[in-house]
Design a protein around this ligand. Structure first.
Ligand code: GLU
Length: 247
């Protein structure tokens, strides 16, 4: 069994960090942006950036924010008679496109106040089967990091050719946990941090009082001990994807 460093002393040699924030972290009640939480995360990332760490952010939340904005717009443009009819189902790809620009506008505003420059990077899973793409991606990100720019990645859901609700038969990733893991490998990151709305990985659903928090996950030891509960209703990854992306 692999030797496990429970002290996390390895972190002292870390320079390049990929941080992933999921929809449950980015948004709060009714799909609105969780401003205070996200502001605190931006402050911490800005501090790491100015301390000489290279920070790469992977952020979900576009679909949730877009859905919230489009619903609101639908509502204010509806007559009383319209509201009696069943509401039109919103297309996830349109929500992603609408929400992505809002999401970046928030990051831009918050990081700008912290004197940090950000850059939007949208990718799809099919990009990663192209060697030239991967080479260019690494070169561009390297140049950004050299200039202390924080790249903010998301999957380009609006033009991704997978069918809703994002089934993945052939692709390499289908959620941002897997995207973050893939980027960590391609960009040779020293550390991948998947931020979540629970304390960590439990042996069962966190809502079950008999579930125990696992300090350090060791695949050989824990993989048969864990029962995954339902994933959060927002976002696509969930704990299963988080564990798989780290394995
Ligand atoms: N790309 C999606 C978004 O921005 C989220 C994907 C995921 O939840 O992993 O909303």
């Amino acid at each position: 069994m692999a030797e496990v460093d429970r002290s996390r002393a390895f972190a002292k040699d870390v320079r390049r960090i990929v941080v992933k924030v999921g929809t449950a972290v980015v948004t709060g009640k009714q799909g609105r942006l969780a401003l205070a939480r996200l502001g605190a995360i931006c402050e911490q990332l800005a501090a790491l950036n100015s301390d000489g760490f290279e920070v790469i952010l992977v952020s979900s939340g576009a679909v949730g924010l877009g859905r919230q904005r489009l619903r609101y717009r639908q509502l204010i443009n509806s007559s009383f008679a319209d509201l009696q009819k069943p509401q039109m189902e919103l297309d996830g790809k349109v929500c992603a496109a609408v929400g992505q620009s809002s999401l970046m506008a928030y990051y831009e505003t918050m990081f700008d106040k912290l004197d940090v420059t950000v850059a939007q990077m949208l990718v799809t899973d099919s990009n990663f089967s192209n060697k030239d793409f991967k080479k260019q991606l690494c070169e561009t990100v390297k140049l950004m990091l050299k200039m202390k720019v924080i790249p903010v990645f998301n999957e380009n859901d609006a033009i991704s050719t997978r069918d809703a609700p994002y089934k993945d038969a052939t692709g390499i990733f289908w959620d941002n946990d897997s995207l973050a893991a893939l980027l960590s490998i391609e960009l040779k990151a020293d550390l991948l941090i998947l931020l979540n709305d629970v304390e960590g990985l439990y042996t069962g659903p966190p809502s079950d009082p008999t579930s125990k928090l696992i300090h350090t996950y060791i695949k050989e030891k824990h993989k048969d001990e864990i029962t995954f509960g339902d994933k959060s209703k927002v976002g696509r990854g969930g704990m299963t994807a988080k564990v798989e992306s780290c394995s």
